[in-house]
Design a protein. Structure first.
Length: 565
């Protein structure tokens, strides 16, 4: 029986509190993101905030004052287009300086940013734009035709604004129009910390993604906690090599430097051969990555001694399964500390990290001595615990579900009461991840993640729902049962495999199954190998037991799969 809205609201509010302090009383570095940007512009003026490297290597620099005025012009333009406080604004683009300006323009106005991964297929892209009720979309030039072709299915999308440098006479080119707007724009309606600021769509255990709603306060409190934990100062720079349509790229390497008055080096895409070169040239102090990037850097056999990395302090690593083996090999090869951490879109971004002031011996102990690399100690803005299914707390060393409550916990899943009931059952946010904790001699709890209770596949830090792939496998003539299985892979943390039972007398080959999948799925979601079996394991209630299939893919753990052109 569904809970009453009052009961569910009470549980969510409890999960958004920490130490008895409700979310409305959370200490923030500024009232809103727009207020913080204005203050930083007044303090730092022309000091570089953003250094953007385009795919062709072109370098563009944006100072704090320029960023604020550009964001103000964008906010004014959005208002002129009819966008009001609380309205949704989508961005359909890879990493770009223009997108950063669009984010801050929307935040300043009090609009809600809906970042869209351009790698999504048309069905999911349409679902995200329709479900989010986006009224306006900033779309990079190369994706304009695709979005316009979908508009008939998007009744709320009134305005499509092209971002890019190539004018097309067939469609309005808005860059000059934005440039004519007021650089000192003020929102007509006061923006509050409790206002929605970001809806990030993350795959769940159903085929359609869930919209994670984050507030202005969520973004500010988590970014401030990250800046404090990593001791980011205004004379430092961070670097972003991750997509900013995910919370890792947005919160860690856009908002955290803003909170600290620091700078950020944004790469349109990650390039192994440019990684240390740009750290050296731009005097970067901290970079946030996923384990896949560590693997690529190791495989490239780079000689870090060729670069002057005097400013570089450490690497933040999370958003995917980091193994003891990979962490040990990377630190031994490059002599760069990995500050492992953990969080989810639902907790804004990070919830815990390894402390950065551990001795080398202590650091090595927590990375390697317990079978899994520790994800660290909770940030002060949230609490973490290990719960049993009934919500009872587990003791030291006992496995259970990782649960979190604090000021960085999301507002809710957008328009999804059933998912909210599931996530906030006991007044904590339930991560769906299994783990345990160990205490050090100071009584600090160091947490570990051992696997996922949810059946997501995390490939290169990106969540993939297996149900979406199941549907494709089951649609192939001759397949009786086909399920997607995430298996351990040194390159992407996990890769996608297919576990298939054929119909009687069917004679399908692995190549045929893979070819059928490639017709409808992007490479990232397409199974890389197929294991044929006589039976697919199920529970007593008929649910597929994917974890029992994982050992059948062990031989491909070290394989790097390439997209066929």
């Amino acid at each position: 029986m569904p809970e009453s809205s009052e009961t569910l609201h009470g549980k969510i509010r409890a999960a958004q509190s920490v130490g008895g302090v409700p979310p409305g009383e959370a200490p923030l570095p500024s009232k809103t993101v727009g207020d913080l940007l204005a203050r930083r512009a007044d303090t730092y003026e022309e000091k570089p905030y953003l250094i953007f490297y385009a795919e062709d290597g072109h370098r563009r620099e944006i100072g704090y004052r320029d960023l604020y005025e550009s964001a103000s012009r964008t906010a004014a333009y959005l208002a002129a287009c009819g966008i009001r406080r609380g309205d949704q604004v989508a961005t359909v683009s890879p990493n770009h300086a223009d997108v950063v300006v669009q984010y801050f323009g929307a935040f300043l106005l009090g609009a809600v940013v809906v970042p869209v991964n351009t790698g999504e297929d048309d069905r999911r892209l349409t679902f995200i734009l329709r479900s989010s009720r986006a009224k306006l979309a900033f779309v990079r030039q190369e994706h304009i035709a695709r979005i316009l072709a979908l508009r008939a299915e998007l009744p709320d999308l009134a305005t499509v604004v092209r971002s890019g440098d190539t004018p097309d006479p067939a469609h309005p080119f808005f860059t000059a129009e934005i440039a004519r707007q007021n650089p000192g724009f003020r929102p007509p309606s006061p923006v509050e910390p409790s206002d929605e600021a970001l809806i990030v769509y993350t795959s769940g255990t159903t085929g359609n993604p869930k919209g994670v709603v984050l507030t202005q306060g969520n973004l500010l409190v988590d970014a401030a906690a990250i800046a404090d934990w990593h001791q980011i100062a205004d004379d430092q720079r961070m670097m972003c090599v991750l997509p900013i349509h995910h919370v890792n790229g947005t919160v860690v390497t856009l908002l955290t430097p803003l909170v600290a008055g620091a700078g950020v080096v944004l790469n349109q895409r990650f390039h192994t051969e440019k990684f240390f070169e740009r750290i050296n040239i731009e005097k970067v102090h901290v970079v946030s990555v996923v384990p896949t990037i560590l693997q690529f850097l190791l495989h490239a056999r780079i000689e870090p001694e060729a670069y002057k990395l005097a400013h570089f302090r450490h690497i933040i690593c999370g958003a995917g399964p980091l193994t003891v083996e990979l962490a040990s090999r990377f630190e031994q090869e490059f002599r760069i500390p990995i500050i492992h951490g953990y969080g989810l879109s639902e907790t804004t971004c990070y919830s815990c990290f390894l402390p950065i002031d551990l001795t080398r011996e202590e650091h090595g102990h927590w990375l390697t001595a317990h079978g899994f690399p520790s994800i660290g100690v909770p940030l002060p803005v949230n609490e973490m615990a290990i719960h049993g299914e009934d919500g009872s707390e587990r003791g030291e060393g006992e496995r259970g579900e990782i649960v979190i409550r604090g000021h960085n916990v999301m507002k809710e899943y957008d328009q999804n009461p059933a998912a909210n009931e599931q996530a906030f059952t006991h007044g904590w946010f339930r991560s769906g991840d299994e783990g345990f904790y160990r205490e050090d001699d100071q009584g600090r709890r160091f947490f570990f993640i051992t696997g996922r209770i949810k059946e997501l596949i995390i490939r290169g830090g990106v969540n993939i729902s297996p149900f979406e792939i199941d549907e494709v496998l089951m649609s192939i003539p001759g397949v009786q049962t086909g399920i997607a299985v995430g298996f351990d892979n040194d390159w992407y943390g996990e890769e996608v495999g297919a576990y298939v039972k054929l119909k009687e007398d069917a004679a399908l080959t692995e190549e045929h199954v893979l070819a059928q999948c490639r017709k409808v799925l992007p490479f990232s979601k397409t199974p890389k190998v197929v294991v044929f079996a006589d039976e697919v394991p199920v529970t007593s209630t008929g649910k597929y037991q994917r974890t029992k299939c994982r050992p059948h893919f062990t031989q491909w753990k070290e394989t790097q799969f390439h997209e066929k052109q």
